[in-house]
Design a protein around this ligand. Structure first.
Ligand code: FES
Length: 157
């Protein structure tokens, strides 16, 4: 058993879920930060749903827990406070607007860059919030700012 009370399966190298707080508290605050197996994450409570993602923005490490949530193309996104990149809460996709330069009268269209921010799983059990880190085996851009030398835990609440 880990010091945080969680259990790791040594064969699968998968991380178990970690309790990060109480449902009552996040419903009031709408967001919280936590350290899960040495990885800093932000958890949002938005329109009745929970979302967890790496706390540092995939673009340049900006503090996503300080961003605003807005809908773009009908999709709730966290807007990074540093350079205003938009990241979908549900999937971690980076959204951008494109326009056809040959048709300047055309309306800009929202497009996806694909998954850029690693999303983690939130579960609720008996009033407690748990986060399970993603172990999806792909290189997610946000990994760079959320591991290794950038993995500096700051006190944030
Ligand atoms: Fe987030 Fe640049 S660091 S948009």
């Amino acid at each position: 058993m880990d010091i945080d009370g969680s259990v790791r399966d040594p064969e699968k190298k998968e991380y178990s879920s970690v309790r990060v707080g109480r449902e009552d508290d996040i419903k009031k605050s709408k967001r919280m930060t936590a350290v899960v197996h040495d990885r800093e994450v932000v958890i949002f409570y938005h329109k009745g749903e929970y979302h967890a993602m790496d706390i540092r923005c995939y673009h340049s490490g900006g503090p996503l827990h300080l961003g605003d949530i807005e809908d773009f193309d009908g999709r709730p996104c966290i807007v990074c406070p540093w350079h205003k990149y938009k990241i979908t809460l549900a999937t971690g996709e980076g959204l951008y607007q494109s326009i056809n330069p040959k048709d300047p009268s055309a309306k800009p269209k929202w497009c996806s860059k694909g998954v850029k921010q690693r999303i983690h799983t939130v579960t609720v059990d008996n009033g407690n919030i748990f986060v399970t880190l993603s172990n999806e085996p792909f290189n997610c851009d946000s990994d760079f700012y959320n591991t290794g030398d950038f993995k500096v835990i700051q006190s944030s609440s």
